[in-house]
Design a protein around this ligand. Structure first.
Ligand code: ZN
Length: 170
């Protein structure tokens, strides 16, 4: 378990954090959170991001892997724009057993809240076949040491974005 993941230290299951909002439940592997933190630091003070990959079992999403940015992804202090074509090829080739569950990105020196542009971009991934999209946001100081991880879910037909709460072991 990564020492950089404070959330993992109080997780109810070994190696994964459970995030909950109403009926929506998402397990995120600690290894996935640790990889996001590592990639965030490498790119700081620029934003970065990529895909959340995994499976849905009995209505619960399991985020099992995370990809970094494609070479053609645009990274800046103001935003992150994915290289979608490359991302889709990567999923099919490297992770054929996993599904796209959502995206992640960073806010170096920025707030742990999604911007209006972020929300528009996340909603753009909703389709009639995909009614929920997850999002992982890492926010922290400009150098992205000890970032805060926030997990959101956007549900088709709901106007508000759901900020999910990590469950703690009791
Ligand atoms: Zn953002």
């Amino acid at each position: 378990m990564s020492a950089t993941c404070a959330t993992c230290a109080t997780a109810p299951a070994p190696g994964a954090v459970l995030y909950v909002s109403g009926p929506y439940r998402v397990w995120v592997r600690c290894a996935v959170l640790a990889k996001a933190q590592r990639l965030a630091r490498v790119r700081a003070p620029l934003e970065t991001g990529g895909l959340l990959l995994g499976q849905v079992v009995d209505g619960e999403a399991h985020v099992l892997a995370l990809t970094g940015p494609g070479r053609r992804a645009r990274r800046s202090r103001l935003g992150y724009e994915a290289d979608r074509a490359r991302d889709n090829r990567l999923v099919a080739r490297i992770h054929p057993q996993l599904h796209y569950l959502g995206d992640w990105h960073t806010h170096p020196g920025g707030p742990a809240v999604l911007s209006a542009t972020d929300v528009d971009s996340i909603r753009g991934a909703l389709t009639t076949a995909r009614r929920e999209v997850l999002h992982l946001l890492l926010a922290g100081p400009a150098d992205m040491t000890s970032p805060v991880a926030s997990v959101f879910t956007v549900v088709g037909g709901e106007s508000a974005v759901r900020r999910m709460t990590p469950e703690e072991a009791t």
